[in-house]
Design a protein around this ligand. Structure first.
Ligand SMILES: Nc1ncnc2c1ncn2[C@@H]1O[C@H](COP(=O)(O)OP(=O)(O)OP(=O)(O)O)[C@@H](O)[C@H]1O
Ligand SMILES: [Mg+2]
Length: 225
């Protein structure tokens, strides 16, 4: 059976790429052909060899399917700003149809596709559509990465509410300690266990230089099946 997940987060910079890469490692070590996808990447670096997007490179390194770059990352944008603005400045309109097409082609060459969103869960992609629409059109379960810091309860619960409104399933969430020593961490995790009503796939401690393989070892993959 083909699997796919949409990895979103409570914000930008909360560990989506790290967790998506860890999921890919976990699937690879279980014998799956797993490929990462970053439909829209902003803040890509211009190099002599073309645009270089750090997230895309991390996902590529974590998977085990050699997929064409235009499928892994249909939209690579230079400006490190909200995607619809970066796209407008590049003279491009982000189209969910293009993303869907690339996703289906990746699915055809793999067993698991792990799709990393952009920013949080309701980020505009163009004048009409946002990342929640993208997840809805892909029609895959969502995994929410919660960056454990003050304010995350509101962000996490609002994100889950929008998923419910859009008919999307929250397959699980990850408590990622993006700051050292968050006060009342336990109590915050407990509040989300109560409020999100979805499996807690793992708790990742704050640790600089954590590898995707190390994080993979912390994920309770059995809860995803
Ligand atoms: N548990 C952790 N401990 C320490 N550092 C972490 C942890 N999780 C993530 N980081 C670091 O935080 C930064 C942001 O992580 P990451 O790039 O995975 O976030 P993201 O949500 O994918 O960001 P973006 O919105 O730019 O795609 C990275 O430098 C990463 O190494
Ligand atoms: Mg990322």
């Amino acid at each position: 059976m083909k699997k796919a997940y949409f990895i979103t987060g409570t914000d930008t910079n909360v560990g989506k790429t790290l967790i998506a890469s860890a999921l890919l490692r976990a699937f690879v070590s279980r014998g799956f052909r797993a490929v990462g996808m970053k439909p829209v990447a902003a803040g890509c670096e211009e190099t002599t060899g073309g645009l270089r997007c750090a997230d895309v490179e991390s996902l590529r390194a974590a998977g085990n399917v050699a997929a064409p770059p235009e499928l892994v990352n249909p939209y690579a944008l230079v400006l490190p700003v909200a995607p619809h603005i970066a796209a407008e400045r590049a003279g491009v309109e982000i189209g969910i149809g293009t993303v869907l097409d690339a996703f289906r082609r990746l699915q055809a060459m793999s067993d698991v596709v792990v799709v990393e969103g952009v920013g949080g869960f309701m980020v505009p992609l163009n004048r009409r559509e946002d990342t929640a629409d993208m997840a809805q059109r892909l029609g895959v379960p969502v995994i929410l990465v919660v960056g454990m810091r003050l304010g995350c309860l509101n962000h996490a619960l609002l994100s889950a509410q929008v998923m419910k409104q859009r008919g999307l399933r929250l397959a699980g969430w990850v408590a990622n300690q993006i700051e050292p020593g968050m006060p009342f961490l336990r109590e915050n995790v407990a509040a989300l266990e109560h409020g999100l009503q979805a499996p807690l796939l793992g708790e990742v401690p704050y640790q600089e230089g954590l590898s995707a393989d190390e994080v993979a070892g912390l994920l309770r993959m059995a809860l995803l099946d």
